[in-house]
Design a protein around this ligand. Structure first.
Ligand code: ZN
Length: 57
């Protein structure tokens, strides 16, 4: 199961993918992909700074 990298909804159609800063991103729709392309993961970056690099998935 994959989730949209923008809105976190379940991705039912795996056709909206993009390479962003060297990592693969997947989106639930063209809209999320377009918005992510414009704004990137800016809101997430702030949180990343607080996450230790050793965090595993
Ligand atoms: Zn989405």
């Amino acid at each position: 199961m994959e989730y949209c990298d923008y809105c976190r909804l379940e991705v039912k159609v795996a056709g909206f993918k993009m390479d962003y800063m060297g990592s693969k991103k997947i989106f639930c729709c063209e809209g999320c992909k377009a918005i992510y392309k414009l704004f990137g993961d800016a809101p997430v970056v702030k949180n990343k700074e607080h996450v230790p690099s050793s965090v595993s998935h």
